[in-house]
Write a protein that binds this ligand. Structure first.
Ligand SMILES: [Zn+2]
Length: 263
């Protein structure tokens, strides 16, 4: 899922280029000379070694991008704010992405596509989980076992007031199984018995997607952020979350210039 450019950019960026044009000299002054000569850095007086050994930082310095990177409409990830918003630099402005809303939408679209193509694959849990619920909730889930299995969720009744979860939709990864089963039970209460879950596909898939998506508050690596941006670019409806709110906003360069009185 990762774009091929990520690794070469991070791994093989020549140090010469990093101190070259396109970067403010403010980046160079505090880092290179100070650390190269500092005690404890004796073995890395060669800047090349020092730069290669640098750990991957949370907020990457703003290297000048090779031209093809400018082609990404949602830009290149520069960092994360409040472990909730991705900050990306596009050619013509700054992009802010709500990571949960965006990822939830991508998972929903994947689930709907899978459901339309013969069912959602399930992934067995290593240890089945017991989810305690009230009896009516268990009854509602029990009456929909076959349909839920079609969504990749394999449940069994486990006594009067609990369900056993054997498998979850593979698309969701390792989400919050308890929250998912509880929310589905609540949702079923609102559905008419005559309606099939397929007819309520959007709601069921949306509930599952919410639990299978990266949460707000989770730290993401730069590679994860860029992978999310790239997938958003090729996924229809990815600009809106499942509740109709925007998943990203853009501050155009001209907006930034106005904010700073440059224009
Ligand atoms: Zn959600």
């Amino acid at each position: 899922m990762l774009s091929g450019w990520q690794a070469p950019q991070l791994g093989h960026f020549p140090p010469e280029t990093r101190s070259g044009e396109g970067r403010s000299s403010a980046w160079d002054a505090p880092t290179a000379p100070a650390f190269a000569g500092a005690p404890g850095f004796g073995g890395v007086s060669d800047n090349r070694t020092f730069f290669t050994a640098l750990p991957q930082a949370r907020a990457e310095p703003a290297y000048s991008q090779p031209p093809e990177h400018r082609a990404f409409p949602l830009g290149v990830a520069r960092g994360q704010v409040a472990n909730t918003y991705i900050v990306a630099e596009a050619e013509d402005g700054l992009i802010l992405v709500d990571q949960h809303a965006a990822h939830e939408r991508l998972v929903l679209e994947r689930m709907k596509a899978a459901a339309a193509n013969g069912g959602v694959r399930s992934q067995a849990l290593l240890l089945p989980e017991v989810v305690e619920l009230d009896e009516p909730a268990c009854d509602r889930l029990e009456s929909r076992l076959a349909e839920l299995a079609g969504f990749g969720l394999e449940l069994e009744r486990f006594g009067p007031a609990a369900m056993l979860v054997r498998a979850t939709p593979a698309l969701l990864g390792h989400g919050d199984v308890h929250g998912l089963v509880r929310d589905l039970a609540d949702e079923l209460a609102a559905f008419e018995q005559t309606l099939s879950l397929k007819e309520r596909l959007d709601q069921v898939a949306a509930t599952m997607a919410c639990h299978g998506s990266v949460r707000a508050g989770r730290a993401l690596s730069v590679a994860e952020m860029n992978a999310l941006l790239r997938e958003m670019e090729v996924t229809p409806h990815s600009g809106q979350c499942n509740h109709g709110r925007p998943t990203w906003v853009k501050l155009a360069k001209s907006d930034l210039e106005k904010l700073f009185g440059r224009k």
